[in-house]
Design a protein around this ligand. Structure first.
Ligand SMILES: [Zn+2]
Ligand SMILES: [Zn+2]
Length: 273
């Protein structure tokens, strides 16, 4: 895959955005470390991660459980702090991935190179169709909030930056916000690249794709690294199926269920696909 290929059109806006947020995250290591930076950054990393793996992925892409609408919107809004498009685009891209994993139509398969699967496809404006949600997300198409997030996909991120900057100071933003944000983005990208690459992890289930279980991606991505389990049973709310398969996302869903905020929680069975 090369930049000259007709199927790779570099999106300058996204390239600039990526350079800016990664530079701001890196600047955290140069600027004076603000008070309690590590626990603040770690808390925000986990919050953004749970918003993504539990809200965007397990809930709205796969409907692995049901919850009150305010819980769904809360999780998805926190996920949007990581600048990963809008819920409609995210869900459409992900559902296409499951339908065509590691074949010609897969948006981010390592069959096109590990770097392409990791970040290249995001920089390629030809990789995704902005209207794909009309076909792949009919269940979400009537949601006015998700349509607002389609128009103003950076809205939650801009609001968070303004609130944090005005209350805690602009110089705290690299450590408090951009470092956990970019770290989480990279963890998410690793699920698409590492967890479909033959060089990593193991396969337990004979799925028709190349998905892998990779323990260290699961630690970083709060359970998402048990990706071969996930492709075997996409509708399962639980990705780590045995006690040693750490799955923080599943622990959070169990907490939601314990306080009555999650119900109809789907678990792997031979028929759950
Ligand atoms: Zn996959
Ligand atoms: Zn999935």
């Amino acid at each position: 895959m090369s930049a000259e290929s007709p199927r790779f059109r570099v999106s300058l806006i996204i390239v600039v955005y990526m350079l800016v947020v990664h530079a701001l995250a890196a600047s955290a290591f140069v600027l004076p470390w603000p008070p309690h930076a590590l626990p603040v950054a770690l808390t925000l990393y986990v919050a953004m991660g749970l918003g993504t793996t539990v809200g965007l992925h397990r809930l709205i892409c796969h409907r692995a459980f049901e919850c009150p609408r305010w819980v769904e919107y809360g999780l998805v809004t926190v996920a949007m702090l990581t600048g990963q498009g809008s819920p409609l685009l995210w869900a459409a891209t992900h559902r296409i991935h499951h339908a065509k994993a590691d074949t010609e139509g897969d948006v981010h398969s390592p069959e096109r190179g590990l770097w392409y699967a990791h970040m290249g496809w995001i920089l390629n404006e030809a990789s995704t169709d902005d209207d794909a949600w009309r076909t792949w997300c009919k269940d979400l198409a009537g949601d006015r909030y998700y349509h607002w997030l389609l128009r103003f996909r950076l809205g939650p991120q801009v609001i968070a930056v303004l609130v944090l900057g005005l209350t805690l100071g602009w110089r705290t933003l690299p450590a408090y916000f951009f470092l956990p944000m970019v770290s989480w983005m990279q963890s998410t990208y690793a699920v698409n690249s590492v967890c479909h690459a033959r060089a990593f992890g193991t396969r337990v289930h004979d799925t028709r794709d190349h998905s892998r279980n990779v323990w260290w991606v699961s630690v970083l991505a709060l359970g998402e690294g048990w990706h071969n389990n996930h492709h075997a049973f996409p509708a399962s709310a639980r990705h780590g199926w045995v006690w040693w398969q750490v799955d923080v996302g599943w622990t959070f869903i169990r907490c939601l269920r314990a306080v009555g905020l999650a119900r109809q929680v789907h678990l792997p069975t031979p028929n759950l696909r």
